[in-house]
Design a protein around this ligand. Structure first.
Ligand code: NAD
Ligand code: LMR
Length: 339
């Protein structure tokens, strides 16, 4: 049931996926932070898709060049670049889907929460424009710390009186992509046929892979299983360290955000059965925002499919995650409410 691009070489897979659906194709997608390490390859993947008819690229730098470059690609999407706050309104007006990867990435030794001071105001200001000029758009928030930036967007939309929890998503797809990749490798399975739900949030211990619900079923000796969980939880840091100061995951994140975006667009267009794990407003646990598999529909969240039955060690992982999630959510809410 999960949407997967990984079955074939990436570009072919995306194009096939898009052509094979009956999704409506007059769709405007805005990428905010489009000139960045994620923004550029994400925009390329979106430009390739027949699901997108208008691609609006916003950044505070380099968007004229990025847009000119992409606009020469012989695909349907009309690409326009917008530079600086004066052009933000025009960029997002009429968008059905807004993806936000604007903001600074980690360097070695930093946590995602260390990005809060810089990224919180970026996300607040961008989402305030969205609340005013495209309040019905589906919002896909990539900017870290996702555990806090999603509550920020929600509070901004509430302040503007246009909040709809079904439309605001923290993009946690990369955690699922990684879990699928690592477990398929470890078990010698076909990576195109594996699905591992990842619930919770998107930072360290809040990333909770539910290996017991893997399709097809897999099992590991306890120590190996715990190592696998740790690797999935630390995978972002693995990339940050390998990049040695040059940023965090960009290409795999662009792939993941494209997968999320295509599922949303297909669901908006009436394709049924699109499921993605995502961090949303949720009553699954005692914290307000929580990632679980979500059935997508014409209005965003069609149904929260929930976390399902967890094994004892997974319940322990959940218990360990909740205090950190609560703190990050509160921090995001306070940032908007207390200024
Ligand atoms: P980057 O520095 O390469 O790109 C960020 C872009 O944002 C730049 O082009 C910059 O000009 C732009 N920007 C900065 N302020 C802006 C503003 N006010 N309005 C519009 N654009 C603005 O960073 P990156 O590697 O692309 O990462 C972006 C964010 O995504 C980081 O916060 C990173 O931690 C996060 N991230 C999240 C996930 C996830 O799984 N959700 C994965 C990887 C990275
Ligand atoms: C990731 O998981 O790769 C991102 O959240 C970026 C990071 O800082 O690890």
């Amino acid at each position: 049931m999960f949407s997967r691009l990984a079955r074939q070489p990436l570009i072919i897979s995306i194009v096939k996926n898009a052509f094979s659906t009956s999704a409506k194709t007059d769709t405007k997608v805005a990428v905010l932070g489009a000139s960045g390490g994620i923004g550029q390859p994400l925009s390329l993947l979106l430009k390739e898709s027949p699901l997108v008819s208008q691609l609006a690229l916003y950044d505070i730098a380099h968007t004229p060049g990025v847009a000119a470059d992409l606009s020469h690609i012989e695909t349907k999407a009309k690409v326009t670049g917008y530079l600086g706050p004066d052009q933000l309104k025009e960029c997002v007006s009429g968008a059905q889907l807004v993806l936000i990867p604007a903001g600074v990435p980690r360097k070695p030794g930093m946590t995602r929460d260390d990005l809060f001071n810089t990224n919180a105001s970026i996300v607040r200001d961008l989402s305030d424009a969205c609340a005013q000029y495209c309040p019905k758009a589906i919002m896909g928030i990539v900017t870290n710390p996702v555990n806090s930036t999603v509550p920020i967007v929600s509070e901004v939309f509430k302040k503007r009186g246009v909040y709809d929890p079904k439309r605001i998503f923290g993009v946690t797809t990369l955690d699922v992509v990684r879990a699928n990749t690592f477990i398929a490798e470890a078990k010698g399975l076909d990576v195109s046929k594996i699905n591992v739900p990842v619930i919770g949030g998107h930072a360290g211990a809040t990333i909770i892979p539910i290996i017991s619900q893997c399709t097809p079923p897999v099992s590991f000796p306890e120590e190996e299983r715990d190592r696998m969980i740790k690797r999935i939880q630390n995978a972002g840091t693995e990339v940050v360290e390998a990049k040695a100061g040059a940023g965090s995951a960009t290409l795999s994140m662009a792939y993941a955000a494209a997968q999320f975006g295509f599922s949303v667009l297909e669901a908006l267009g009436g394709v049924e059965g699109k499921v993605e794990c995502a961090y949303i407003y949720s009553d699954e646990t005692k914290v307000k925002y929580f990632a679980t598999p979500i059935l997508l529909g014409r209005e965003g969240v069609e149904k929260n499919l929930g976390m399902g039955k967890l094994l004892g060690y997974e319940v322990d992982l959940l218990k360990a995650a909740l205090p950190e999630l609560q703190e990050s959510i509160q921090k995001g809410e306070d940032f908007v409410l207390k200024g």
